[in-house]
Design a protein around this ligand. Sequence first.
Ligand code: HEM
Length: 387
Amino acid sequence: MFRFDPYSPVMDADPFPFYKTLRDEYPCFWSEEAGMWVYSRYADIVTALNDWETYSSAKGNLVDELPNRAGSTLGTTDPPRHDRLRALIQKAVTKRALDHIIEPARQSARKHLDALAGEKSFDFVNAFSSKVTVDLLFYLFDMPAEGQQTVRDKAVLMVQTDPKTRKKAPEHIAAYDWMVDYAAELIETRKKNPGQDLLSNFIAAEIDGEKLHDREVQMTITTLIMAGIESLSGFMGVMGLNLADHGDARRALVADPALIPDAMEESLRYNTSAQRFRRCLTKDQEVHGQQMKAGDFVMLAYGSGNRDERQFENPDVYDIARKPRGHLGFGGGVHACLGTAIARLACKTAFEEFLTRYPEFERVEQQLPWVPSSNFRSPMRLELAVG
Ligand code: HEM
């Protein structure tokens, strides 16, 4: 009997054959292990994303939701509250408003590459991608540098699940609680000493003449730290892997770095780090002959929609010339990723610097350790040989 277990290490290593079976044979599938329905075809996922009234995020969007998170963050509220909160943040994260991050991002990449000089091999994730990502988030929020390693470690832990119990383990929940407290402390300090950073802007911001409550600022900051650090660093790990595995693509980027954004979009389609999110049905639905009830959860498998042959030609081929319009790497609908401009700028800068320093590299381990997560898929470590 076919099973779809998003907690399984086998799924972390290679979810794509499972997705194909889902799309072809069980397009609306009840996963016993996840306790929810799974949509795997591109068209069904897009339909759900464009209908937030039926597919609500208010009960949480993580396959394994963290306690006390649903209903209090951007990704876990429905319109109209969601839209007002989003409009407020959106202004601060447009491409134009972010020009000032390019130079610090470049300096950060150079600093961490300098530290690797002379090494014959190193771990791309822990020595480079996570470091430049954390630097960037700390710069955006003007956070005190001494907390960097701890914040990064907690951000990685809070997206994890225990594959044995198929639940968040106490250390995952503790990491999230730590981050919420950290955000609260940050807000208190910043209130006393406001600046020009994103956090100071949120504290001063108003919706309909009302300031955001401390709890809302706190949850927004926690989400941005989690999304900013883990999604971005995880994604860079995946893109680094793609460039290690596809020498022709890498050489094309070295010859013409202007192609890096195209390679990024194709990586977001081919094997994005944000593989699966969930919604909750507000009414009964019948999809592909399956009767679903109001209150049932539905997993939207973005990673599968991105490989749907009904939408993308030769979907299992990594082709940086593809320009995959409408890929689901950043989700879609009202909850489409808010950090796209940050992510695009950060990746472009980091890979420009990395490929200038290391035009040739290959991966050392064929079997990679993957971050155990029912939502995300990214290598825990990516050892690259550069010598
Ligand atoms: C390449 C890196 C990234 C990827 C692959 C990614 C992916 C995603 C995806 C798939 C969603 C939709 C979640 C859902 O459907 O429920 C999302 C939402 C979100 N992302 Fe990202 N993300 C990335 C980077 C970032 C960054 C750098 C930030 C901010 C610093 C960020 C902030 C957010 C926020 C706030 C939401 C919730 C938006 C809403 O519900 O209105 N993301 N992201």
